[in-house]
Design a protein around this ligand. Structure first.
Ligand code: AMP
Length: 530
């Protein structure tokens, strides 16, 4: 058997793993229970015993204190840990357990060893979140060839990135179970680049489900005014399941009856697609507002027209999505396996990454597309701006009373700069007379758009420049940022009076090799099943 490479969509609510078969087609490797996707839920059944997926999801309401879910939202967050059975777990470790189960089930169902993988991340993920995702893979014992933007993976799946001499622009609208994002990609020959991305990390299918649950609850109470199912956890679990089922059903049919039973009391609630769309119209409107913002950002960057509009995420199966994109923006969206597209695209990308190694095998296997794909280059960009904390030079207090002057973040490295990047020296000055040292604080943009306000940025590290000669304020300091292709940041600060300098590397992900090795040993001792 050829050594397969796998693509993994490590999602907020669902994950999915795929590989490329002998006929060069990406294929989903099924979960332990024979499904295409696996809920990204971990149930710590006993110390050192983890259930992952559907079984874990079903335990969520019965033993919520032993269940981890939506952990993707915490990826890359420092000092975040969860405790189960007295053991501490970082988001990376919990993700590693999900990855181990995906790999285990895929090995069982395909016969291929799962070792070399590409894992996808949202385009808005910063360096820390990307690094945490890579580390999660390493903790799971996988060889992470690369982390890839989800919209780029979706576009690969749709062949929207196939080589053509003309520059094309692709808009990806991705509405999943827990998050929404929309991304514009530029394809020029073999170069693929993210132009801009926008989204809401707290908007997804679960919000639609909640609306249906509220509606069902109201209908139940109307029929049985003396009963309150909301106090009954098992009843609420059943309502949540019915809500998701009817939501999915209404993507294919115009109406559905929902049968509810709490204790001995039962009611059947008729529910139509129109009712559903009316109940949730404002949620869809929020995604459209964000899409409008992304289109506007892309326009400012010279994108006038979209050659392709692609839908990703299971929620885009709702007919209202494509209909509203057409109505509001005149966009004709393509829908094809939206919940599997990202994993399949990642599998194709894993093959690209391995192309050099597998070319021999590929010829043998008749994969003619591999050579063409191997030429493709996905430009990695800095997803968010990086800068240093400085006094605002426009504030008159900066000269007269620097301690009270406005502090801001001066961005040296702008979002969407291609990597590797070298900013060249940026000029700064000492603020105080006889200032002998300067703390270089490095900050990363936290929100969707770059802003100078400290509150809109997160501190990611610092270094100390010492040995500045005693001089009046205004000693010149030059700061340069270098960022490698994988996002490792090196900061160089030099004072020009005495010639002293400091250079420091920021491991923005926070976990060093030793910590990864330790986490890997911890997780290796766990028994994981689906
Ligand atoms: P994802 O995270 O991309 O797998 O998206 C999962 C979300 O899509 C969940 O909220 C599902 O309930 C939802 N979903 C899956 N299939 C459908 C469908 N046919 N119609 C509407 N929503 C769906």
């Amino acid at each position: 058997m050829a050594p397969a490479t796998f693509g993994i969509d490590l999602g907020t609510t669902h994950s999915c793993i795929a590989y490329v078969d002998e006929a060069a087609r990406p294929v989903i490797a099924k979960s332990a229970v024979g499904e295409d996707t696996t809920p990204s839920v971990v149930y710590f059944e006993q110390p050192g015993v983890a259930l992952v997926g559907t079984a874990a999801k079903n335990s969520a309401l019965l033993a919520p204190h032993l269940v981890a879910q939506l952990v993707k939202r915490d990826m890359g967050r420092k000092n975040t840990e969860f405790t189960y059975h007295g053991r501490r777990y970082t988001p990376e470790k919990i993700s590693a357990l999900i990855l181990r189960e995906l790999a285990r089930a895929a090995e069982e169902n395909t016969g291929h060893t799962v070792r070399d993988v590409v894992i996808t991340v949202p385009a808005y993920f910063g360096i820390a979140e990307r690094d945490a995702t890579r580390k999660a893979g390493e903790i799971a014992g996988l060889n992470v060839l690369d982390v890839l933007d989800e919209p780029v993976a979706a576009a690969l799946h749709h062949h929207a990135l196939d080589s053509s001499p003309q520059t094309r622009h692709v808009l990806v609208y991705d509405l999943g179970g827990g998050t929404f994002d929309t991304t514009v990609i530029r394809v020029s020959g073999d170069d693929i680049q993210v132009v801009c991305t926008d989204g809401d990390g707290e908007l997804g299918g679960a919000n639609w489900d909640e609306r249906i649950v509220d509606h069902l609850l109201a209908a139940f109470r109307e029929a049985h005014p003396n009963l309150d199912p909301s106090a009954d956890e098992q009843a609420m679990q059943a309502f949540a399941e019915r809500a998701e089922e009817v939501k999915k059903a209404l993507s294919a049919t115009m109406s559905r009856n929902v049968a509810l039973r709490v204790g001995g009391a039962a009611v059947t609630v008729p529910f139509t697609r129109q009712q559903f769309e009316d109940l949730t119209a404002d949620l869809l409107d929020r995604t459209l507002a964000i899409t409008g913002r992304a289109i506007e950002t892309a326009r400012r960057k010279g994108v006038e027209h979209f050659d392709e509009v692609l839908l990703a995420g299971g929620m885009t199966r709702m007919p209202a999505v494509a209909a509203r994109l057409k109505q509001r923006f005149g966009l004709d969206a393509r829908l094809s396996e939206p919940d599997l597209a990202v994993a399949k695209g990642a599998a194709l990308f894993a093959l690209i990454r391995q192309a050099k190694n597998v070319r021999g095998d590929a010829r043998q296997l008749g994969i003619t597309a591999v050579d063409a794909m191997a030429k493709k280059r996905v430009a990695t960009v800095v997803p968010r701006a990086f800068g240093v904390k400085a006094l605002d030079p426009r504030d008159p207090l900066a000269l007269t009373d620097p301690l009270r002057a406005r502090q801001m973040v001066a961005h040296l490295l702008q979002a969407n700069t291609e990597l590797p990047a070298d900013t060249g020296p940026y000029p700064f000055q000492t603020a105080i007379d006889n200032q002998r040292m300067a703390e270089i604080e490095v900050w990363e943009q936290a929100g969707p758009t770059a802003s100078e306000e400290l509150a809109d940025n997160t501190k990611v590290g610092h270094g100390m420049l010492t040995g500045i000669p005693a001089r009046p304020a205004g000693c010149r300091i030059e700061i340069t940022f270098y960022m490698s292709e994988t996002g490792a940041l090196t900061v160089h600060a030099k004072e020009l009076e005495g010639g002293n300098d400091v250079r420091f590397d920021l491991a923005i992900g926070g976990m060093d090799h030793k910590a990864v090795a330790k986490a890997r040993t911890d997780i290796a001792g766990h028994q994981v099943s689906g």
